[in-house]
Design a protein around this ligand. Structure first.
Ligand SMILES: O=P(O)(O)OC[C@@]1(O)O[C@H](CO)[C@@H](O)[C@@H]1O
Length: 394
């Protein structure tokens, strides 16, 4: 499926190896997510039955095609549904199974309607709890103590956005991984100098930020955007969010609005950042985009022409998070030293990945970095969420 003609290839990750991380996501995380969503709302009997059916299907059954009248049937057909329908969730690309699971979960709770549950985000209670948490208060209060030096602020806000990816709600809901609050070790790759060179002072370019999670990740993403606009390193930002709830905590337009209200309703410096963002949305310097491909079960190498053309105009595209990283380099078991630049050569413009490591995919490591990680942790560093990277292809 991946179209990377001039790059080396590696096995696509499937979910069918018992004991592997992808297998545990399908066998344990998805049932746990169904349970939590079921408990979070007073759903009616039809929704409970649909959730039961999804649980049976995703644990023991096969991928069922979307109903003939589903609004997005043609889109999913183009994305591979005919190829995977009738097959076990475990034997097809893991990226595809996971994405389709979320599509089917939304279906089960009536998200796509018609009906009174249309548009009700089944993950919203978890997202709001995170946004309202004391940790968020503390992070916003920390803005008041930021050094006035531009360089210090650049670094603090870039690292805030990076480490905001550390604990996504999928981790918390299923608790299959290490404690996300452990102290943070260093970065396994750090191309931040190249990143800043692409966002020069008095820059007139556009930053595209392909967002990941709502709540405690989206807030620092927005702060970074506000900072770059305010310092004149970019003229305009385009924030790509998901058109519908996805991977538990991925940001939608509603989550952007909740985050903005959280900022403008806070105290101290946070309010000023909120105002910058609010006015940037009003005058078109900050645009929110919900492209259907943002929730596609495919690598970015397969992006459609309109998205390719849009990203081609950006001075830099920042790709946030673990899932987006898997889609950026291809969800494959690359040798960890495979150059990041080779695997992202297809991307239409300069691209940066800001990601904490939460799945097996990894590229662009120096040989001694990989050796040190393996010596210290075996392969746990790949999925534990305690390491991070900043990788850039200019
Ligand atoms: O993209 P994010 O929020 O950083 O992480 C998403 C994630 O939790 O979901 C997948 C497993 O379901 C993994 O790729 C990763 O661990």
């Amino acid at each position: 499926m991946g179209r990377m003609p001039h790059t080396p290839s590696a096995p696509v990750i499937l979910g069918n190896e018992p004991g592997s991380f992808p297998h545990s996501v399908l066998a344990e995380r998805h049932p746990a997510i169904i349970r939590q969503v079921r408990e979070a709302f007073p759903y009616g009997p039809a929704q409970h039955r649909a959730l039961d059916a999804l649980l049976a299907s995703c644990t023991k059954g096969v991928v069922e095609p979307l109903p003939a009248d589903a609004h997005d049937r043609a889109r999913w057909t183009a994305w591979g549904m005919a190829e995977y329908a009738g097959r076990s969730w475990y034997d097809i690309p893991w990226l595809w199974s996971e994405s389709y699971f979320y599509r089917q979960l939304l279906n089960a709770v009536g998200y796509f309607g018609p009906g009174p549950w249309q548009g009700i985000d089944p993950f919203r209670p978890f997202k709001l709890a995170e946004l309202d948490s004391q940790e968020t208060d503390e992070e916003l209060a920390a803005l008041d103590a930021l050094s006035a030096q531009d360089q210090d602020q650049d670094r603090a806000l870039l690292h805030g956005s990076l480490w905001g990816n550390r604990a996504d709600l999928g981790f918390r809901l299923s608790a299959v991984t290490a404690d996300a609050e452990q102290p943070a070790p260093g970065l396994v790759a750090d191309d931040s100098e190249t990143l800043w060179s692409l966002l020069p002072p008095a820059g007139a370019g556009t930053l595209c930020l392909i967002a990941d999670n709502a709540g405690r990740e989206l807030i620092p993403d927005l702060l970074l955007i506000a900072h770059l606009l305010e310092r004149g390193r970019i003229e305009r930002a385009v924030l790509h969010i998901k058109p519908y709830p996805y991977y538990v905590s991925d940001a939608t337009t509603a989550d952007v609005l909740d985050a903005l209200r959280r900022l403008t309703g806070a105290q101290g410096a946070a309010v000023e950042y909120g105002r910058i963002l609010w006015s940037a949305m009003a005058d078109g310097r900050l645009i929110v985009r919900a492209h259907p491909f943002s929730a596609a079960p495919l690598p970015y190498a397969d992006m459609p022409d309109d998205l390719r053309a849009e990203l081609a105009t950006a001075a830099l595209t920042i790709v946030k998070g673990d899932l987006n990283y898997r889609r950026l380099v291809g969800d494959r078991l690359w040798p960890p030293t495979t150059p990041f630049g080779d695997l992202t050569a297809y991307f239409p413009g300069p691209v940066a990945a800001l990601r904490t490591l939460k799945s097996d995919v990894i590229t662009g490591l120096a040989p001694d970095t990989e050796a040190a990680l393996v010596a210290a942790e075996g392969q746990r560093w790949r999925t534990g969420g305690t390491h991070a990277l900043i990788q850039v292809r200019p």
